[in-house]
Write a protein that binds this ligand. Structure first.
Ligand code: COA
Ligand code: ZN
Length: 316
């Protein structure tokens, strides 16, 4: 396999995860989780979103969360925004980066942000101007890049058109999002093989959901095509409230474990990350999908049973 030496992870659990939790997570617990994640070495954190508080009431405390987190040097604290109003709020709240949201399918874009794709692109043009004036990094996410829960297949030509418009508007970082876990590794390879050479200079991110247990295979396929930026969610929290059947992102600690086992560096402390996941399970009051919290790392050893101990032949 052709794997990179190092990848950059962006934690999205406090946004993609907390946005779909049935109960409002108290602000101080959100702040605690962001601080635990930064202490574990996550280089990028999508802290929250600046959207309409009626659309996503779980994140109505976005300003307060941004104001109360401890800012560690070198960490990029981002927020998701759908329009200029969100961008202005995010900038006033002191984010380092803006992540925009737009879908490759019309029906999901309407369900998610109440705009056609053309209307969204207009709004995002304004977002990019506001962000550029504030000298902030902008990452442009494209939801339903690999399939839409309403429309099914999303033609690659349509995805290319949407990405093309974003790039024309100045996008330098594009995130392809598999909103409801419809992508498979061969498809991810095909899409990247097509898009990467068409948009030279773009920094690509893959945003996966593990709805159908294909998130890590999809990430492996993306790494083989040179992608080194991945979103993930602590414990495997996550899901879009406006996409039926949506479920959690790829689990951060499971992905970090997989990468480290293969010798791919992330700069993240896996033991601490597992501790964060345990704390998040306490906060949400249930077990999360992550496997490593239950199984331990692949280096874990168990005591040899007494019935076996005296009978093991010497190696060699
Ligand atoms: N933050 C707070 N308020 C906002 C806002 C934002 N980012 N954008 C718009 N509003 C307010 C407007 O000021 C206006 O307020 P008013 O009625 O008091 O004048 C009102 O919302 C309606 O504005 P409009 O532009 O018509 O928005 P809308 O009702 O069509 O909603 C979105 C559009 C994008 C704001 C809304 O659909 C949304 O927030 N979606 C969230 C999607 C999301 O987070 N999905 C999950 C992540 S993928
Ligand atoms: Zn998502």
């Amino acid at each position: 396999m052709r794997l990179p030496e190092r990848v950059t992870m962006c934690e999205v659990g406090t946004r993609d995860g907390f946005q779909i939790e049935p109960d409002f997570i108290p602000t101080e617990q959100k702040v605690e989780v962001v601080n635990l994640l930064s202490a574990a070495g996550l280089p990028r954190i999508e802290v929250t979103s600046f959207v309409h508080p009626k659309a996503v009431p779980q994140l109505r405390d976005a300003e307060e969360v941004m104001a109360r987190i401890t800012r560690r040097r070198g960490i990029r604290y981002a927020a998701l925004v759908p329009n200029e109003k969100g961008a202005v709020r995010a900038i006033e709240a002191g984010v380092d980066a803006i992540h925009t949201v737009l879908s490759a399918s019309e029906s999901h874009n309407l369900a998610n942000v109440n705009m056609t794709i053309a209307e969204s692109l207009d709004r995002l043009g304004a977002v990019m101007r506001v962000a550029a004036a504030a000298k902030l990094h902008v990452g442009c996410g494209v939801s339903t890049s690999f399939g839409c829960p309403f429309e099914g297949d999303v033609p690659l030509a349509r995805l290319e058109r949407v990405v093309g418009r974003l790039v024309e508007m100045g996008a330098r970082a594009v995130g392809l999002a598999d909103t409801t876990g419809m992508a498979n590794p061969r498809q991810v390879g095909r899409v990247l093989e097509h898009l990467i050479p068409r948009f030279p200079g773009v920094e690509w991110t893959l945003h996966t959901h593990d709805t159908r247990a294909m998130a890590i295979p999809n990430i492996l396929a993306a790494m083989e095509h040179g992608v080194t930026n991945f979103d993930a969610s602590i414990g495997g929290l996550g899901g879009c409230p406006f996409a039926p059947g949506a479920s959690g992102n790829v689990c951060t600690e499971d992905l970090v474990h997989c990468l480290h086992a293969m010798g791919v560096q992330t700069g993240i402390d896996l033991d601490r990350l597992v501790g964060v996941s345990r704390r998040v399970q306490e906060i949400v009051g249930r077990a999360l999908p992550g496997q490593i919290v239950k199984a331990g790392p692949s280096t874990r050893k168990y005591p040899v049973p007494d019935t076996v101990a005296g009978r093991i032949p010497r190696a060699g």
